[in-house]
Design a protein around this ligand. Structure first.
Ligand code: ZN
Length: 88
């Protein structure tokens, strides 16, 4: 069962089938993924995110990409950054 069931315009609320697009045809607003929360709860948990890599890939299960989880990771060390003291 897919975790992302469609797209919804953030500005006017127009809904679209899941497709490779990012802008609303009605108002040119940005489109957000619409998740099936019941399916998402079975896949994503706080514990699973915390146990993931210390990069953006810890949120991989939230991606709309149907290949997420089956594709090798490309880790460019994006993610949490250490805070350094500032001396002025
Ligand atoms: Zn719209």
């Amino acid at each position: 069962m897919p975790k992302v069931v469609g797209l919804r315009c953030r500005e006017c609320g127009a809904e679209y089938e899941l497709q490779a697009t990012h802008v609303c045809e009605m108002c040119f607003g940005p489109l957000d993924a619409v998740y099936d929360k019941a399916v998402l709860k079975k896949i994503v948990s706080r514990q699973r995110i915390e146990q993931g890599p210390k990069s953006m890939w810890r949120y991989r299960d939230l991606l709309a990409d149907p290949l997420a989880g089956r594709r090798p990771l490309l880790d460019h060390r994006d993610g949490p950054v250490s805070h350094l003291p500032c001396h002025m």
